[in-house]
Design a protein around this ligand. Structure first.
Ligand code: NAD
Length: 486
């Protein structure tokens, strides 16, 4: 039996980051992973391959549709799908090998196989030629999630599949039906639409992108419709099955659709099957996730859980932060997480990004807020890029001016949101951001302008320091986000 200070089950962005941080802090760490490559869903069949396809397909669209506006004639543009897919695989392999390198550098023992808890402090690794028993003082469960299934949708691993199949279609579908207008449905729907497929997105709700700001989601729907995506909202899919060479999709209150491929993207489910949770008395919550406290401790002593298997957004960067906080908590007793400033990005074109509260959340919570909007149409940099669709919206507390939410749809929104998330992590007011000098001409100026726009005159309403200090302390006497002292 091998003994380690910490055994991490799962080598996705939560698990591998936790393993590395714990090793850096001096623990003897092992990581158990059943897939042949490290990196989890994110690196192998999620974020990274989908971003490669989004980038390549966007260049294809640009070459066909927009380069001519720049005075560049390229003649006929042809798609070489095998080369595009090969590039995706190369990027994925390079990054998964990078994680292997980090494991070696940090002397993390890697066990290939399926990990299962087997009573207190024991993990069994099932391998093709038998099983290994590991003993560990601490265990972190970081087993992630898998695509949620839908009754009546008969997945066949080929024509009716999930994002995993949609990352590797051998040819451009003639008609792809996407079930679910969330992150995955829109990102991969856009990829195949740009490459030439007719794409119909079926969504149960009366809007796309649930969870994103309503106004931004409505803008996104208009832009994607203009690009050629077709939406059927308020459409609950009840069945999808093979029919001859193709497929048929049935939904309530709408005629059935014939297509040659179906992608199911109705959310993800925590991966907890066969983990042996019963052996240590862990019970899942009503959402099928592992309950933890703010130190990521489960109900079993010495067993922690992070990432998609616990509550909250299923995002790689949230899992990473939790991995670091959990490892630091185990070693030092302190770990830091700020769930209010986790950004979210949809990598369509234009990109959509948000951090903090949406307008409807603030309204539900009866928080008085001020709103500043700046459209990219008015941004010099966006004009030079030729991508003026979209806007930045800043929501700030009406009394303290503290930034509560930032929502962006527009060019490089995924990069721009980092400034907002950083500023919010430091408790910034919208005036703070507005008073920071932003280089010209950049897209980031639009964030400054949206912050300014939230103030009545377009200039910050209160500029005198004393007044600002009073406002902060009036709301929360313990709040000293600017390092202000009375
Ligand atoms: P999602 O929750 O974002 O969207 C699923 C959509 O399916 C919802 O709009 C839902 O209303 C709809 N739906 C559910 N049942 C339906 C039915 N019967 N008929 C029609 N529509 C139905 O889920 P997703 O897009 O599958 O993404 C899963 C997770 O992966 C998300 O939590 C997301 O955070 C994460 N993810 C993130 C990124 C990113 O950060 N860029 C990219 C992909 C995935």
């Amino acid at each position: 039996m091998e003994t380690h200070d910490l055994v991490v089950i799962g080598a996705g962005p939560g698990g591998y980051v936790a393993a590395i941080r714990a090793a850096q802090l001096g623990l003897n760490v092992a990581c158990v992973e059943q897939a042949p490559a490290l990196g989890g869903t994110c690196l192998r069949i999620g974020c990274i391959p989908s971003k490669v396809l989004l980038e390549s397909s966007e260049r294809f669209r640009e070459a066909r549709l927009t380069l001519a506006q720049h005075g560049i004639r390229v003649g006929s543009v042809e798609l070489d799908l095998p080369t595009l897919m090969k590039r995706k695989e190369t990027v994925v392999q390079t990054l998964t090998k990078g994680v292997e390198g980090l494991f070696r550098k940090n002397k993390i023992t890697r066990y290939a196989g399926r990990g299962r808890l087997d009573g207190s402090g024991r993990v069994t690794v099932s391998q093709s030629n038998g099983a290994l028993e590991l003993q560990a003082k601490h265990v972190i469960i970081a087993t992630g999630s898998r695509p949620a299934l839908l009754d009546g949708v008969e997945l066949d691993g080929d024509r009716i599949g999930t994002s995993t199949e949609a990352l590797a279609y051998p040819e451009v579908p003639k008609h792809l039906v996407v079930i679910g207008a969330g992150y995955i449905g829109l990102e991969l729907g856009c990829v195949w639409q740009r490459l030439g497929a007719k794409v119909t997105v079926l969504e149960f709700l009366d809007r796309i992108l649930p969870g994103m700001d309503d106004e931004v989601a409505a803008d996104a729907q208009k832009i994607f419709t203009k690009q050629g995506l077709q939406f059927r909202l308020g459409c609950r899919v009840t069945a999808a099955k093979r029919q001859g060479d193709g497929c048929v999709v049935e939904s309530e209150g709408a005629p059935s659709l014939e297509c040659d491929r179906v992608m199911l993207a109705v959310g993800r489910t925590a991966h907890t099957e066969g983990l042996g949770l019963d052996s240590i008395g862990i019970q899942l919550n009503e959402k099928g996730r592992i309950p933890v406290n703010d130190r990521f401790e489960t109900s079993a002593a010495g067993v922690f859980a992070i990432g998609d298997v616990i509550g909250g957004a299923m995002l790689a960067h949230k899992a990473e932060e939790e991995g670091v906080a959990c490892a630091e908590g185990i070693v030092t007793g302190h770990g830091h997480m700020n769930y209010d400033t986790i950004p979210a990005v949809v990598f369509t074109h234009p990109e959509i990004a948000s951090v903090g509260k949406t307008e409807s959340q603030l309204q539900q919570e009866k928080v008085e807020y001020r709103k500043g909007i700046f459209p990219f149409l008015a941004s010099g940099r966006a004009r030079t890029l030729g991508t003026t669709d979209g806007k930045i919206k800043v929501l700030a507390d009406a009394k303290t001016d503290r930034v509560l939410g930032v929502h962006i749809i527009g060019p490089q929104a995924g990069e721009l949101i980092a400034e907002a998330a950083t500023a919010m992590s430091f408790g910034a007011s919208s005036e703070d951001i507005a008073r920071c000098c932003h280089a010209h001409p950049t897209l980031a100026e639009a964030l400054k302008e949206a912050d300014l726009a939230g103030h009545d005159s377009g200039r910050p309403a209160y500029c005198d320091h004393e007044n600002a200090v009073d406002r902060w302390f009036a709301v929360d006497p313990d709040l000293q986000p600017h390092g202000l002292r009375r």
